[in-house]
Design a protein around this ligand. Structure first.
Ligand code: PGA
Length: 252
């Protein structure tokens, strides 16, 4: 139905040692010519090695966050040019764990996105409501505010991906109903088209994230305007991530 290339993105979070790169080798062996894009965002310590490992394979790599400044006295932080230099093509920004653990605001995410785009990275901008916000029926208002505040004006359909990740579904094994996922994805698509026009709005990919597993991936990927997934726990092992990738390849 759409011309958007599907994207299976793995977010390793604060997991992964050198030995775990064997999972990436296994994944590339299983998907030598995948029918979708495969992105893995390892911890920064593994980025260079993973990028070297995947240079001839179908997997691309990304960072999990970057600083809004290009360089300077920011101990422990990582800049967008450093990620690009380490082989990253993408960076996840505004993940709910960054928003919760580090107090990142929409303005912070937007500033980081501008720097990342300048460095030639593609940005995966995360939005999502908490359970309290969903129960108060504020989901669309919250998502609308996050989209407006976090996405810079200068994005294109190629260099920006939105990930819808309900906070209450991350790492919990709970997922929204397919109807709820569809409602939010349609809403995000409409907002993107309204703000950026049909060209950008229709070509940007919208991922679902939050407890995506081999057992629920196919039904999630059948929801209109779901162009792939941002996968946490189930991206760590090839045995879990591979069937999710296959489900995406086989989706409409
Ligand atoms: P999960 O995490 O798949 O472990 O729920 C998703 C995410 O936070 O990106």
């Amino acid at each position: 139905m759409s011309h958007r290339r599907k994207l299976a993105a793995g977010n390793w979070k604060m997991n992964g040692l050198w030995a775990d790169l064997a999972e990436v080798t296994k994944l590339m062996e299983r998907h030598p010519d995948p029918g979708c894009e495969i992105l893995i965002c390892p911890p920064a310590t593994l980025l260079s090695r993973m990028s070297d490992l995947t240079v001839d394979g179908a997997v691309v790599t990304g960072g999990q966050d970057c600083h809004a400044k290009l360089s300077g006295a920011h101990t422990g932080d990582i800049s967008a040019p450093m990620l690009a230099d380490a082989g990253a093509e993408h960076v996840i920004l505004g993940h709910s764990e960054r928003r919760a653990d580090h107090g990142e605001t929409d303005e912070d995410v937007r500033a980081k996105a501008l720097t990342a785009l300048d460095a030639g990275l593609k940005v995966v901008i995360c939005v999502g409501e908490t359970l309290v916000e969903r129960e108060a029926q504020n989901t669309l208002e919250i998502i609308g505010g996050q989209l407006a505040g976090s996405i810079p004006d200068s994005v294109t359909g190629e260099n920006m991906v939105v990930a819808y990740e309900p906070v209450w579904a991350i790492g919990t094994g709970k997922i929204p109903t397919l109807g709820q996922i569809g409602e939010v994805h349609d809403f995000i698509r409409a907002r993107l088209e309204k703000r950026f026009g049909a060209g950008v709005g229709r070509s940007a990919r919208i991922l679902y994230g939050g407890s995506v597993k081999p057992g629920n991936a196919a039904e999630i990927f059948a929801v209109p305007n779901v162009d792939g997934a941002l996968v946490g726990g189930a991206s760590l092992k090839a045995d879990d991530f591979s069937p999710i990738i296959t489900a995406l390849e086989n989706s409409r």
